[in-house]
Write a protein of this length. Structure first.
Length: 71
């Protein structure tokens, strides 16, 4: 998901790293599936840099938990 969003904005991993303050190695690990997904802190930074809701970057079960707490 992150790679698709990043590429749709025309950004390289390095450009996204600069905009978000998230290390390029972390972005690479997320895109390669070497992690379950970004932590909430990282997801917030990436979402802001990409101009998308943070829910788009969270694993589905975390996103559902976030939504249930907001009700």
């Amino acid at each position: 998901m992150l790679k698709r969003l990043r590429e749709s904005k025309g950004l390289t991993q390095m450009e996204l790293a600069r905009r978000s303050g998230v290390p390029q190695s972390t972005i690479c690990d997320i895109e390669a599936g070497r992690t379950k997904g970004p932590t909430l802190r990282v997801a917030v930074k990436l979402a802001a840099a990409l101009g998308v809701p943070v829910e788009r970057l969270l694993p589905e079960e975390e996103s559902q938990c976030q939504n249930s707490h907001q009700s």
